[in-house]
Design a protein around this ligand. Structure first.
Ligand SMILES: Cc1cc2nc3c(=O)[nH]c(=O)nc-3n(C[C@H](O)[C@H](O)[C@H](O)COP(=O)(O)OP(=O)(O)OC[C@H]3O[C@@H](n4cnc5c(N)ncnc54)[C@H](O)[C@@H]3O)c2cc1C
Length: 478
């Protein structure tokens, strides 16, 4: 093999770059290695559906080995790089340190939730960025209903039946809408909860929701959500939270056991250890219009981790969306190939195709190349789009099957919080209630596993994990 091409991160951008390289590189001309800390790509637009039980969480991911046939896949966490020696540092799943030599390195490590120094946030809020978080949210909702049903005092019950979402971008709005829809579906099975009702509150610092979509569509979404009884507090921030309350700016205290934090992202923390220049404001890797990292030979960066000049306005970075990451993945692969054959790389150009926001209950809003859609047609377009974008025929079939079963037979209300976390062999009578009582993802239950329970290996991930990591735990092995 003449060249070593290493891709760090197997998400939207990294997977697309690897697929493109496989297709376009002449046979045996280069070895392509993809390093990722999980062996699948998470199709994030399906996360709210996974949290709300409209699809099986495993069906929101694409196994990398199913998609890549000539790429060497290395499961491990990128921990740093030495661009002068052209080495990438990797910690493998079993804890070994390795150095990978490269001629070209494509960095596509994505982003993590951006937290703020709000008291209680890191300990008590749950994010909506990873599969464990989506599953934890689903379990939290089910556990909250179970616990609330057993409480006599309506005041005490209220904190289990109130769900606060912070951040009204499309991830927050979709998550809120889908989860509320799920809760409403379930209420018939919980007579006390049904009589009291569930309360969903959306808190947003800006004066409108979803600045990413036209105001008329955002207004439609707000009207639709308000009609379902969801409270929308724009121009408001959250000041503090603890295990059973969230305090808004101005002093209002919401009794709640669940605060979902969807207020923005920042680049994966490992970018700070790659020896590359970072944008002062966003912390993203500074690249030129051809996706080359400025001043560092042989290193390229794409996706949420990169500050790519937006082709529509070069002053600002391209938005952190999957659409952009995928197109940048294709472009970077083409540019690496051009560079290997001593040709000039080309500039990244792309115009957003459209935005979809699924509101649950068969409704959505969508904006596609100049056309605005709302209600059922928008929902249909959104589902068709995601089906088309999901890589692999078998993944598509699984998705259609889940959606169809859900439409005709409703959603599964079993709470599987202990899945993947069996009790000790020598203490089979210990049955834990999972993490409903504590946003940090650690059980407060008296029935929780003994303290000397074996902990998962550092960096280990589990699709079935019942609990989300604390908000200040970096995702991605940093
Ligand atoms: C709930 C939600 C809904 C969304 N909906 C949409 C939508 O509808 N449309 C849209 O366009 N965008 C959507 N997005 C945004 C989209 O998910 C991101 O813009 C996209 O994932 C960015 O792609 P990426 O390749 O840069 O990063 P990612 O897809 O996040 O991939 C990064 C990969 O790198 C891995 N990684 C990270 N750190 C390391 C490390 N140190 N070592 C090894 N591997 C590492 C990660 O595990 C991951 O596999 C949504 C996001 C969320 C959270």
């Amino acid at each position: 093999m003449a060249w070593n091409i290493v891709i760090a991160g197997g998400g939207f951008g990294g997977l697309e770059a690897a697929r493109r390289l496989e297709r376009k590189l002449p046979h045996n001309s280069a070895q392509v290695t993809l390093v990722s800390d999980q062996n699948f790509m998470l199709y994030t637009p399906l996360l709210p559906g996974a949290a709300a039980g409209t699809l099986e969480p495993r069906h929101a991911v694409v196994p990398l080995r199913e998609q890549l046939h000539h790429t060497h896949l290395r499961l491990g966490a990128v921990t740093g790089a030495d661009p002068t020696a052209k080495l990438l540092h990797v910690t493998t799943g079993d804890g070994r340190q390795q150095e990978l030599a490269y001629d070209h390195l494509i960095v596509s490590v994505g982003s993590v939730s951006r937290t703020l120094p709000i008291p209680g946030l890191a300990e008590h809020a749950v994010g909506m960025k990873t599969l464990p978080e989506a599953i934890a949210l689903r379990n939290r909702l089910l556990q909250s209903l179970e616990v609330a049903e057993g409480i006599d005092d309506p005041g005490a019950r209220a904190e289990w039946l109130t769900f606060v979402f912070v951040g009204a971008g499309y991830a927050g709005l979709e998550g809120l809408a889908e989860l509320q829809d799920f809760a409403t579906d379930l209420l018939d099975r919980y007579p006390r909860c049904r009589d009291q009702g569930v309360r969903f509150v959306l808190v947003e610092a800006r004066d409108r929701v979803m600045p990413e979509i036209p105001a008329s569509l955002a207004d439609f979404a707000v009207r639709e959500l308000k009609a379902r009884g969801i409270e929308i507090r724009t121009g408001t921030t959250i000041d503090a939270m603890d295990a059973c309350t969230a305090t808004l700016a101005g002093g209002e205290v919401l009794p709640t056991r669940t605060v979902v934090w969807t207020a923005g992202v920042k680049p994966s923390p490992v970018v700070k250890r790659l020896g590359v220049p970072l944008d002062e404001r966003s912390g993203r890797i500074v690249v030129d219009r051809a996706l080359r990292v400025k001043g560092v030979e042989g290193v390229w960066a794409i996706g949420d981790a990169a500050h790519v000049p937006d082709p529509l306005n070069l002053e600002r970075p391209a938005p952190p969306t999957a659409q952009h990451a995928i197109r940048q993945g294709r472009k970077v692969a083409d540019n690496v190939i051009l560079t290997l054959s001593d040709r000039k790389p080309r500039q990244f150009t792309y115009k957003t195709l459209g935005v979809f926001v699924d509101l649950g209950r068969g409704k959505a809003v969508a904006s596609t190349v100049g056309l605005h859609w709302r209600g059922v047609p928008a929902w249909f377009i959104a589902r068709t789009y995601h089906l088309g974008s999901m890589p692999g025929t078998t993944r598509k079939i699984r998705l259609v099957a889940d959606w169809t079963v859900g439409l005709f037979f409703g959603r599964d209300g079993s709470e599987l919080g202990r899945l993947g976390h069996p009790g000790r062999l020598d203490a089979p009578d210990q049955i834990a209630l999972g993490d409903a009582g504590n946003g940090s993802g650690q059980s407060e239950s008296a029935l929780a596993p003994a303290e000397d329970d074996e902990k998962p290996a550092p960096g280990a991930r589990d699709e079935d994990a019942a609990s989300a990591p604390p908000m200040d735990t970096p995702v991605g092995g940093d």
